[in-house]
Design a protein around this ligand. Structure first.
Ligand SMILES: [Zn+2]
Length: 252
């Protein structure tokens, strides 16, 4: 497999590169004679994105970073710092954007004929409601701030897949860490465990020949569920509750 990457050597692109290679492994897995060409895809886009996200997520685990020398050997990574980064960078605030702001705004636009003179106000209403963020200055209807997100222009009504992918990523990761690695999901290393690749291949090589719910159920024994996500962040939740004791949480 080869990738032509126009990237820089930093953490963001490190994650994106692993994400895209996750897609590439998926492409290769279902490209076989047993899968009709029209079904050479994932059964739901959230699963393609979930596998891709799993690649990026596994590559960010501290023991793996140490094993390839990105984290200096002998350092003791702060588990809370890693969990905070896992929570803030690719996971939790993102859910409110992906399944909240983006999807509700697009539903208003395409299904409910939101008039163009309300597009920007509605966007910022959802940003406020779901994400708790105010614009830095009043944003009038001469702007369409939603269009600064590339998927609004290039891949309409796709973004909910990333929210589903986030949930699936935690389910697969949890299953892999416990079943194959016998390591805690919060700190594990996939490298060298070919049985993990074999497991993922059983999901990917089906292409879109089976219903995605059945594929997920067969692979993990579970329905789509945020259980694994909640368990992953349980140590962080306990730490945050301690840190924020007596503080009022939320926004008006
Ligand atoms: Zn992707």
């Amino acid at each position: 497999m080869r990738g032509l990457l126009n990237i820089e050597a930093n953490t963001d692109w490190y994650g994106t590169a692993h994400h895209e290679f996750g897609h590439a492994f998926y492409f290769l897995a279902y490209r076989r004679p047993e899968v009709p060409p029209l079904l050479r895809d994932s059964p739901v886009s959230g699963l393609h994105e979930g596998i891709a996200e799993l690649g990026a997520f596994a590559a960010r685990q501290a023991p793996y970073l140490q094993s390839i020398g990105i984290l200096p050997a002998g350092t003791a990574p702060d588990p809370v710092a890693f969990l905070l980064d896992d929570a803030l960078n690719p996971s939790l605030p993102f859910m409110f954007f992906a399944s909240g702001t983006m999807t509700h705004w697009e539903a208003d636009l395409y299904a409910r004929d939101l008039p163009p003179d309300q597009w920007n106000a509605r966007w910022w209403q959802y940003v406020r409601d779901f994400q708790g963020i105010e614009p830095p200055e009043p944003r009038g209807e001469q702007w369409c701030d939603a269009a600064t997100k590339t998927h609004i222009n290039s891949v309409p009504c796709y973004y909910a897949n990333y929210a589903i992918a986030t949930v699936i990523r935690f389910q697969l990761h949890d299953f892999i860490a416990k079943k194959f690695l016998h390591q805690p999901p919060q700190s594990c290393n996939y490298a060298g465990h070919t049985e993990v690749g074999d497991f993922l291949r059983t999901i990917m090589e089906k292409g879109a020949t089976e219903d995605w719910r059945q594929v997920l159920r067969d692979a993990t024994g579970e329905e789509l569920s945020t259980r694994a996500m909640l368990e992953y962040f349980a140590p962080l939740q306990a730490w945050l509750e301690e840190q924020n004791h007596g503080r009022e949480i939320g926004w008006e």
